[in-house]
Design a protein around this ligand. Structure first.
Ligand code: NDP
Ligand code: 13P
Length: 346
């Protein structure tokens, strides 16, 4: 494929920002990787390694690290925003204070903001002055940074209210290891990506409790049902939940040892408390904060979300993990398609 070389800034030098910077560098783009830790940026520039996040990976020469946001943004029209959800507003604020020209913002984070209940593209639209924001695109799907950095086959989806911008982002990233699809359903893509982390925490918990594949299959399937119920009420297409950002991301996050959400859940299931777990992770566990948002969304949209509710009780109300599983199993009888058919009106 004939590809125009572009200068692109990746904002956030954690696992995902670094892995995506590698994909862009492999595609011959000039990649400016911004991080807020000058020591880490020095290490990236001098040794081509991001020791904390991808310790065994040699970064391509096409990636240059920047600790100055001003320098990172100079001469770029597109940024990849790869920081945890809770840092989005602060980082967009920094960018907006510096930038004079419009930017396309590609966000790759998976979360929902508690209290405002905004999706990430909505947070960006709210935080960034309209004259600086050309388009917001989301890139999401089943994609652990550890495997992307090894150039293992990976598929993701891009979505936007402006699908011409999503098409351009597809062209920036797509290559023979990293296959990028488009989907115009931005609500479904963002909701699926954010809420699968809750189910992955729950799957880690059941694994930690010593339960088996039956329990995990139940969580993935019934988790998808509750994500779809909520997503459809929020305006998503039901079809999106059968795609990469729905069942695809649920499978990878609930079954992979790379998943921080699964790993955190596993430690909880083994008996550690939440603070101990988070202190030991050293990386973002988005599902914890998203569980608070999901609990609020379930109330707002009047959707039944028993797994999210049970997880909320384990995380924030000191409910014992085994007791939470027992209560889920002891609920009243239901039809498998209850609530889904109501929302679909069939
Ligand atoms: N890792 C993965 O495989 C995937 C992750 N994602 C999503 O990408 C997002 C980022 O995750 P990921 O890269 O994995 O997270 P990591 O924990 O690996 O890295 C987070 C990065 O963001 C930086 N950061 C945190 N707070 C701020 C801030 N206020 N200002 C500037 N930088 C900050 C961290 O810096 P410091 O080192 O100083 O803490 C670190 O460099 C999440 O929403 C995640 O769900 C999506 C798909 C795959
Ligand atoms: O979103 C991811 C894979 O698609 C990464 O999941 P974790 O944040 O649980 O590691």
């Amino acid at each position: 494929m004939e590809r125009k070389r572009e200068s692109i800034a990746v904002i956030g030098a954690g696992s995902w920002g670094t892995a995506l910077a590698m994909v862009l560098a492999d595609n011959n783009h000039e990649v400016k990787l911004w991080g807020h830790n000058p020591e880490q940026i020095k290490e990236i520039n001098e040794h081509h390694i991001n020791k904390k996040y991808l310790p065994d990976i040699l970064l391509p020469e096409g990636i240059t690290g920047f600790a100055s946001m001003e320098e990172a943004l100079f001469g770029v029209n597109t940024i990849i925003l790869a920081v945890p959800t809770k840092a989005i507003r602060e980082v967009i604020g920094k960018i907006s204070a510096i930038r004079k020209e419009p930017l396309t913002v590609v966000h790759v984070s998976k979360g929902i903001e508690p209290d405002t209940l905004l999706r990430i593209s909505e947070m960006i639209e709210e935080e960034m002055p309209a004259n600086l924001l050309a388009s917001v695109v989301v890139l999401s799907g089943p994609s652990h940074a550890e495997e992307v950095s090894l150039r293992h086959p990976t598929t993701v989806t891009v979505s936007s209210k402006n699908m011409a911008a999503a098409d351009q982002v597809q062209d920036l990233f797509i290559n023979n290891n990293f296959r990028v699809y488009t989907n115009p359903d931005i609500v479904g893509v963002e909701i699926g990506g954010a809420l699968k982390n809750i189910i992955a925490l729950a799957a880690g918990i059941t694994d930690g409790l010593g339960y088996g594949d039956n329990a995990k299959a139940a969580l993935i399937t019934r988790g998808l049902a509750e994500i779809a119920r909520l997503g459809m009420k929020m305006g998503a297409s039901p079809l999106t939940f059968s795609g990469l950002t729905g069942i695809g991301d649920l499978i990878v996050t609930c079954t992979s040892v790379h998943s921080r959400n699964w790993r955190a859940g596993h430690l909880l299931g083994k008996g550690q408390n939440l603070q101990e777990v988070l202190d030991n992770m050293g990386m973002v566990v988005e599902g914890v904060r998203t569980t608070k948002a999901a609990k609020q969304l379930a109330v707002k949209y009047e959707v039944n979300m028993p797994i999210a509710d049970a997880l909320y009780d384990v995380l924030f109300n000191n409910v014992n993990a085994k007791d939470a599983v027992d209560s889920l199993m002891a609920r009243g009888k239901k039809d498998e398609m209850d609530d889904l058919t109501n929302v679909l009106d069939i």
